[in-house]
Ligand binder design. Structure first.
Ligand code: HEC
Ligand code: HEC
Length: 295
């Protein structure tokens, strides 16, 4: 008992000191780069770029055209850090072949190399910077509304992705980190539109990122998740299974009541004309002129 108190006091002091260090430490915020450190980073990025990217994007990032006038790789002068961050952290660049669509893979570079490449591509022009995205500041419910308005038409309501025109498709967001959401939204890669601050403010972007994070691990309140493949394929699945059950039930009923006497033998039963009923007995067209004018 006597030992506990001083140790609790020490712990409190340590925690307070740690909190103060974190609060005042400049490395907590985005570090203001020394000009020299920045130049080093850009130079390291340039070296990586020369070996890994220049064959398609040109030695100074201006793009490369093939003989028939098509781009091997577009100019990166206005791509900006944001676009480089998106393409490199989602493994879409470097492309193995200029004709292939960029697809998500494990990144080809380490985080330190990506930082250098991002700095180099950013130094080529004044494209967008990597935005500050903090899903903890966002409101997932508000993000859900914004997501259904702006993103679900392509990525589906569950973020599972879906087909677009020309055989392209919008990818699943099941692996997208908040900064990848932010850079995709602000740059509009491939067939995705760019959303500027006038369409989606920084606070709204935080909310959308919070919702995408929620989609990665939702609580399935409606019951079984069915792989979260989206409402249409899930509906189709239910339809197939439900239809199967109906067919099985009708076969069972037909077997059970195979005795023909039990079906339709009563006078006036469905499908049998009752001669006592004047309407049923009337010849086709025989009622013309009674209710409406004939021709
Ligand atoms: C085999 C050719 C090839 C290589 C190698 C390659 N790229 Fe690309 N890159 C492309 C093509 C093609 C596109 C256009 C993709 C699209 O949108 O369909 C592209 C697009 C990009 C974009 C988006 C441009 C924009 O307007 O926002 C960035 C950024 C980029 N590449 C960075 C890199 C970096 C960094 C490397 C090296 C690590 C690299 N690429 C290697 C062919 C290549
Ligand atoms: C017109 C269809 C369309 C709309 C609308 C759209 N996207 Fe996309 N999105 C795409 C396509 C296509 C890609 C793949 C782009 C590429 O080639 O890299 C993509 C890629 C992404 C990625 C990268 C996925 C990954 O691999 O991690 C994220 C994140 C993303 N979109 C988020 C959003 C958000 C958030 C919204 C709404 C604010 C949105 N998108 C609206 C079509 C769309």
């Amino acid at each position: 008992m006597t030992l506990r108190r001083p140790s609790a006091l020490v712990l409190c002091t340590l925690a307070l000191a740690a909190a103060l260090t974190v609060a005042t430490s400049p490395s907590h915020a985005r570090p203001p780069q020394r000009p020299g450190a920045d130049a080093d980073l850009v130079e390291r990025g340039r070296q990586l770029f020369l070996t890994g990217c220049s064959s398609c994007h040109g030695v100074t990032g201006g793009g490369v055209r093939t003989r028939n006038g098509q781009f091997r790789g577009p100019s990166l002068r206005d791509a900006g850090e944001a676009s480089a961050y998106y393409y490199l952290t989602t493994g879409r660049m470097p492309l193995p072949d200029p004709g292939l669509p960029p697809e998500r893979k494990d990144p080809a570079y380490s985080p330190a190399e990506i930082e250098a490449l991002v700095a180099y591509v950013g130094s080529l022009g004044d494209g967008p910077k990597v935005p500050d995205v903090d899903p903890d500041q966002g409101n997932p419910a508000r993000g859900g509304v914004l997501f259904r308005q702006n993103c679900a038409p392509c990525h589906s309501a569950t973020g599972a992705g879906g087909a677009l025109s020309y055989g392209r498709s919008a990818p699943t967001l099941s692996e997208s980190e908040p900064l990848q959401v932010g850079t995709a939204v602000r740059t509009g890669p491939g067939q995705m539109p760019r959303f500027g601050r006038d369409t989606l403010s920084d606070a709204e972007l935080d909310s959308v990122a919070a919702y995408v994070r929620y989609l990665r691990d939702p609580d399935d309140r409606g019951g079984v998740a069915l792989g979260r493949i989206g409402p249409i394929p899930e509906g189709f699945f239910v339809w197939l299974v439900g239809l199967g059950a109906l067919v099985a039930a009708s076969v069972w009923i037909a077997r059970r009541f195979r005795d023909p006497v039990s079906l339709g033998s009563t006078p006036g039963g469905a499908g049998f004309a009752d001669p006592a009923d004047p309407l049923e007995a009337a010849p086709p067209g025989g009622l013309r002129g009674e209710g409406r004018d004939g021709p």
